[in-house]
Design a protein around this ligand. Structure first.
Ligand SMILES: Cc1cc2nc3c(=O)[nH]c(=O)nc-3n(C[C@H](O)[C@H](O)[C@H](O)COP(=O)(O)OP(=O)(O)OC[C@H]3O[C@@H](n4cnc5c(N)ncnc54)[C@H](O)[C@@H]3O)c2cc1C
Length: 414
């Protein structure tokens, strides 16, 4: 049996899912200790969504989530859509407001308010927080979990691993929870960075650094079309970022891990189709004009991209009067099909989330309890579930925690 001074439940990780699970479970009156390696609770929450925390999305559908087992997500989301998350946050005094594309934010537009209200609520319910406490090893003996930490040994009957993923190690991201789960018999789907910037070794990329434009990025792996995304493109010294890139980075990460040759084809002028862009450029040609092409193209695209377009298109004209239909054809093709080879991602350090994690086939989607180890629960990104940008990753953290907390609460016997 557990010692009387030991908590009934230990939660490893004071991030999004650990905090919510602690609040729900604490309502049963059970004694809970939450161990957090950082000196501050909820570090990722505090800087999320550019400081505003995109807390969830109004349009929760399973298609926005990724896992090796789609059925797991479908079950988790049943009765745990947008309304469930809204109800929970309203109950702790946090109002939500809607942004673009169904994205929901705290009304304060301050990510820190999410973390601080969660922490307050958990402490009010008696959850014992121990910060600066890293869990280094876990084993189970005689139905008791024994945790070796930087602040001594901790024991409990029930354990919730909510220690997240290796994404953003600068904020505490690591894969320790996956090692603990593996040691206790779980299968781990290898982690890959997602929602991450992409690197390129193209010599021209550094000259375009700082350019931001609206475009379409198409991803090809070994010459095969994979996917495409529309939105911001941001050229950087190391490669490319921007919302369109983050949105396709999961696929790029998977194919790069398989050593495929990855390439982006960028449409820098998506608002005009090939015919309309050709007609516009032809119309702009003034006969006998000595204007250099480098200046002439400034009326169309960012000047930092002009040398790239001229070089890649192999346009022979130097002055406006030298342009003809053939040269315009080359320019149009390059403006709408600029090739950018991709060598790597920016890794976990640049990633918002990690794909992969604990195999969800080994976890009960109703309760988040392990099917392998009794009284072991999981919540959040430690599981093999990641999602699209737009509040979906936090949504999974909250709802998996609501489910785990509820199950722990109802299994608690006084
Ligand atoms: C820059 C950035 C911005 C983001 N913005 C958004 C957004 O706006 N919307 C959205 O939906 N998602 C966003 N995300 C993703 C979101 O933050 C995560 O999906 C979410 O935090 C996962 O919750 P979690 O509880 O599983 O893990 P985390 O929130 O990472 O919490 C895990 C906690 O466990 C602790 N821990 C780890 N190992 C140990 C150990 N061995 N001992 C003790 N403690 C340990 C960690 O320090 C951490 O505090 C963002 C991520 C990043 C990096």
């Amino acid at each position: 049996m557990n010692n009387k001074s030991d908590p009934h439940l230990i939660i490893v990780g004071g991030g999004a899912s650990g905090l919510v699970a602690s609040i729900v479970a604490a309502k049963s009156g059970m004694c809970i200790t939450l161990l957090e390696q950082n000196s501050q609770i909820g570090k990722k929450i505090r800087i999320s969504g550019n400081g505003k925390c995109n807390i969830t999305n109004k349009n929760i559908v399973p298609e926005r989530f990724h896992s090796c087992h789609k059925g797991f997500i479908e079950t988790v989301l049943q009765d745990y859509g947008f309304d469930a998350v809204k109800t929970f946050f309203t109950s702790i005094g946090l109002e939500l407001v809607e942004g673009k594309e169904g994205k929901m934010f705290p009304m304060s537009l301050q990510a820190s308010s999410v973390s601080e209200l969660l922490e307050y609520e958990a402490k009010k319910l008696g959850v014992n927080f121990i910060c600066d406490c890293r869990v280094d090893a876990i084993c189970k003996k005689n139905d008791i979990f024994i945790l070796e930490t930087t602040q001594g040994i901790h024991k409990c009957e029930k354990l919730l691993l909510a220690s997240g993923s290796p994404a953003a190690p600068q904020l505490g991201g690591n894969d320790s929870g996956l090692h603990f789960a593996k040691q206790m018999g779980h299968t781990i789907i290898p982690n890959l960075p997602s929602l991450v910037q992409l690197c390129s070794k193209e010599s021209w990329i550094k000259h375009a650094s700082g350019v931001k434009c609206e475009g379409i990025a198409k991803l090809y792996a070994n010459g095969e079309y994979i996917t495409e995304k529309k939105g911001d493109l941001l050229f950087t010294a190391y490669g490319i970022s921007g919302l369109a890139i983050l949105d396709l980075s999961r696929e790029a990460s998977i194919h790069l891990a398989q050593h495929a040759y990855c390439e982006l084809i960028l449409d820098l002028i998506p608002k005009l189709n090939k015919e309309k862009l050709t007609a516009l450029l032809l119309m702009r040609i003034q006969k006998e004009s000595q204007k250099p092409l480098s200046l002439w193209l400034q009326g169309i695209i960012n000047k930092k991209l002009i040398p790239v377009i001229l070089e890649q298109s192999k346009c022979k004209a130097i002055y406006e009067y030298q342009l003809n239909r053939k040269e315009i054809g080359k320019l149009v093709f390059t403006l709408k099909n600029l090739k950018l080879s991709i060598s790597d991602t920016k890794g976990f350090k640049g990633a918002e989330v990690a794909a992969g994690g604990i195999d969800t086939a080994e976890v009960n989607p109703q309760t988040m309890e392990s099917k392998r180890v009794k009284n072991l629960y999981f919540a959040g990104e430690i599981l093999d579930v990641d999602a699209d940008r737009g509040g979906f990753n936090f949504h999974f953290a909250w709802v998996s925690a609501l489910r785990a907390g509820k199950a722990l609460k109802s299994n608690y016997i006084f």
